[in-house]
Design a protein. Structure first.
Length: 196
C-alpha cells in the first residue's frame, strides 16, 4: 500500500502546489513501471485547482499518484488527517509575506495529527524543524522536494511515528491555548507595568 501524503487547504498561487506536482513526477520517473510508493492527496479548492489538475495530467500523474479531492468542513479535518501517513506544505519563496514567520492553520492541524511533515519554505521560523517533526527543504525546488519525499518513503514506520509524536508534543508544549493566553497576559502585564 503506498504511503499516503496529504495536503489540505487552498489551491492558490502562493501555495506552490505546481512544484509539488513536479516533485511527484520526479519521484515517479525514478520508479519501476507500475511501482507506486506514494499517493498525494490534494484536498481543497482554489483558483489554481483546474490548472493543477491539467498539470498533473500532462505529467502523467494519474489517480494512483495524485488524487484531487473536494474541500471539507473544518470540523472534519481531524478525522481526515488520521487517514494520512504524512503531510506536505509547499509555499512560494515570498520573503515579504513570511518575514514575520509562518503560522498556517494547516501546519498546526498537521502537527496535531501526530504525522510527519515535509515543509518547503524559507520563512524566518520553522516549527517542523524546531519540533523534529519532519523534513524541511527550500521552496520552489521540485528536485529537493522529490528527494525529501523519497527520504520519507524510505524511513521505517517507527521513525515516521517518532516524528509525528514530536510534532504533536511541540504543539501541546508551545501552542496550547492556555500557554498562549498566559504568554499574552504576561506581555500585557509587562506593558502596563512600563506605563505606570
Amino acid at each position: 500500500m503506498p504511503l499516503s501524503l496529504m495536503y489540505f487547504g487552498s489551491h492558490g498561487e502562493a501555495n506552490g502546489l505546481g512544484d509539488l506536482l513536479e516533485a511527484m513526477a520526479i519521484v515517479k520517473q525514478g520508479r519501476r513501471k507500475g511501482e507506486v510508493p506514494v499517493q498525494l492527496r490534494l484536498i481543497g479548492d482554489g483558483p489554481a485547482k483546474q490548472e493543477l489538475m491539467s498539470q498533473a495530467n500532462r505529467l502523467g500523474l494519474d489517480g494512483r499518484w495524485v488524487r484531487f479531492e473536494p474541500p471539507v468542513p473544518k470540523r472534519d479535518i481531524p478525522a481526515l488527517a488520521r487517514e494520512a501517513d504524512a503531510f506536505v506544505i509547499t509555499v512560494r519563496d515570498l520573503p515579504k509575506l513570511y518575514r514575520f514567520g509562518i503560522s498556517m492553520n494547516k501546519l498546526f492541524d498537521y502537527m496535531a495529527a501526530a504525522r510527519p511533515v515535509i515543509i518547503a519554505s524559507a520563512a524566518v521560523n520553522d516549527p517542523v524543524a524546531e519540533a523534529g517533526a519532519g523534513i524541511t527543504v527550500p521552496p520552489e525546488d521540485p528536485q529537493t522536494l522529490a528527494e525529501a519525499i523519497e527520504r520519507l518513503i524510505a524511513l521505517p514506520h517507527e521513525e515516521r511515528a517518532r516524528m509525528g509524536r514530536a510534532g504533536r508534543a511541540h504543539m501541546e508544549a508551545v501552542y496550547d491555548y492556555r500557554i498562549l493566553a498566559e504568554r499574552l497576559a504576561g506581555i500585557m502585564n509587562d506593558v502596563m507595568d512600563e506605563r505606570q
